[in-house]
Design a protein around this ligand. Sequence first.
Ligand code: ATP
Length: 358
Amino acid sequence: MSLHFAGAVQRGQFRLDADLRVEPGEVLALLGPNGAGKTTLLRAVAGLLRVDTGRVELAGEQLDGPDVFVPADERKLGVVFQDHRLFPHLRVLDNVAFGLRTQHVNRGDAHRQAQEWLTRLGVGELARRRPGRLSGGQAQRVALARALACRPRALLLDEPLAALDVQTRAEVQGELREHLGAFAGPTLLVTHDPIEALLLAGRIVVLEHGEVVQQGSPAEITSRPLTPYVARLVGVNLYAGIAAHGVVRLDGGGTLVAPDAVDGRVLVALRPSALTVHTSEPHEVSARNVWPGRVESFAPLADRIRLTVRGEQNVLVDVTAAAVADLGLRLGSPVWLAAKATDVSAYPAPAAAGPVAG
Ligand SMILES: Nc1ncnc2c1ncn2[C@@H]1O[C@H](COP(=O)(O)OP(=O)(O)OP(=O)(O)O)[C@@H](O)[C@H]1O
């Protein structure tokens, strides 16, 4: 029962054009910045928007296409939105039983199953409340119970945790992971939170400007980011350039020694923690990459300070607070950066890759 979206949707000036497939039992995170088209894609799968060209298929059955359009309420999908959208005038139990009732399950059975799902999601005691008297976390659990109770063929989750406070989000995230793991159908999770994508999904598709720019396992995405947006999400420096004989000539100036680089157009990823900072040109270090710059900003991290150093390329560098003090770093301080060649990860640039801003 795989879910396949292969189509285009035009909304004013914006165009979504993507091809993605979610396999049974798989959780696929659709990750992207604001306005990338994530919700547009999810709404097209849900049947709330039509594709202009292409098709949407579930288990080989066409839901949308040139001659077919199955209405949203006949697609048998479980949908959870950021703002949960529970019916305010119905009790929690009736909200969860609603989908089953529309499938002609009798009232008694629908209520019994709804109660079971509420209990499974840890909110069984709230069955008689109205949605207006639930906390954000409770409402999200009820919305998930409602989506799962109607025995959906696929689950669609649109930023399901975005409205929750940090503490509640962490709790619900853990529970959600468990419930998604037990769900046999495909799950499409829309998020702009990389942590959520990493924690909940087996595979990530990155959408930017209505197009898929990268897809892979969380490990693949984090080790080889292909766009500046993905590099920022995973917190690495990313540069584009041309490699020849183990040296990468960077777009915008400068070179990096990367012995494993395959000749041709490449991207280069460099972890901020792999760089060392010096106040004069280092000659005694084994690092083969050394270049000058000026400290442009300081930002606190958990146990480090992240410097932005402006030189021929902008570089993020993570150092300890003690190092900042020992080196006497200030805004505008001239510094030298050093990186070992083995810490420079170079990989072929995708064919369509434009210039990458450092
Ligand atoms: N009803 C509409 N008419 C015209 N354009 C629209 C409409 N709704 C959305 N858009 C445009 O479509 C683009 C994609 O929006 P969409 O909501 O799919 O993005 P998103 O990736 O889900 O973003 P966010 O993370 O902010 O929710 C945006 O540029 C938006 O302005």
